[in-house]
Design a protein around this ligand. Structure first.
Ligand code: SF4
Length: 270
């Protein structure tokens, strides 16, 4: 069994850096008509999803799944400090699933780790998000110094040209790049994407161009790319290289389809 599911143990997040300006959590909340503030972090009904069982005693999340964790918040948000230990416990109880979370708060990871973390849990992949050079130079040295078994870097929304070469080595399982979506999206330039692809090729780090974003500039021309086309157009560029992660190429696409469903099923039935 493979494929992916979303697990959002809490919902809502506070903005922390430039990449948060047009946060999709805020946009989706508005779209779906959530009245509570998107900055208010609250536990969802899906909190214990990884350890729920079906009537016949099977895990509700089937073995082998990739579990996209906390994609309507940040797993390392201070507001969730009291709830996170229970999540680590659930992750520990499901070594048959791979948990993945992205964070803009990697500087909090050390204080958020469980006592038995050691060199990292084998079933956890952590993605450090960087949107500009300033945040890359702050977050990535911290990220590389931490005990983590599986690391990816997420340059999304990509807001400027980046030099990530000092941080790319065999410890990075993938660099995932994408432009910004939604109304008011800041433009992403193709030459920035190509430069990161070249940096990855030089360091033998797998590369993935995840989405163009809503405003994509190529050969000096601005393209307004509809949401449904952003993944497709990025794939068409043909820049992706073979992955070292256990995530399958289709997983991000499946996750994209699950997001709204997660919102409806998990986040608004508190
Ligand atoms: S850290 Fe992520 S979820 Fe939180 S406000 Fe920023 S973009 Fe949104």
């Amino acid at each position: 069994m493979s494929g992916s599911v979303g697990w959002n143990p809490w919902h809502g997040c506070t903005k922390i850096s430039s990449g948060c300006r047009h946060c999709y959590v805020y946009r989706r909340d508005e779209m779906v008509g959530v009245t509570a503030s998107s900055s208010l972090c609250r536990k969802t009904k899906a909190f214990d999803l990884p350890v729920r069982r079906t009537r016949d005693g099977q895990w509700r999340i089937e073995p082998g799944k990739t579990v996209f964790t906390c994609f309507t918040s940040d797993f390392l948000l201070t507001d969730a400090d009291d709830w996170r230990p229970a999540c680590w416990d659930m992750i520990r109880r499901r070594p048959d699933c791979r948990f993945l979370f992205f964070t803009k708060r990697i500087d909090r990871l050390a204080e958020c780790l469980p006592a038995d973390w050691g060199d990292g849990y084998e079933n956890v992949t952590i993605g450090c998000t960087v949107e500009n050079q300033d945040r890359a130079d702050y977050r990535l040295p911290i990220f590389l110094a931490l005990p983590i078994r599986h690391r990816t870097i997420v340059a999304e929304p990509l807001l400027e040209a980046l030099d990530l070469s000092p941080y790319l080595d065999e410890r990075i399982e993938e660099l995932d790049v994408g432009g910004e979506s939604g109304p008011g999206a800041r433009p992403c330039r193709y030459e920035w994407v190509l430069s990161l692809k070249e940096q990855c090729d030089e360091k033998n780090v797998p590369f993935s161009f995840h989405q163009t974003g809503a405003r994509f500039v190529k050969d000096g021309k601005l393209y307004l790319v509809p949401r449904r086309e952003q993944h497709k157009q990025a794939r068409k560029a043909g820049l992706d290289t073979p992955r070292r992660t256990r995530l399958r190429p289709s997983d991000r696409v499946v996750y994209g389809q699950l997001r709204l469903e997660d919102w409806q099923n998990d986040c608004f039935k508190e």
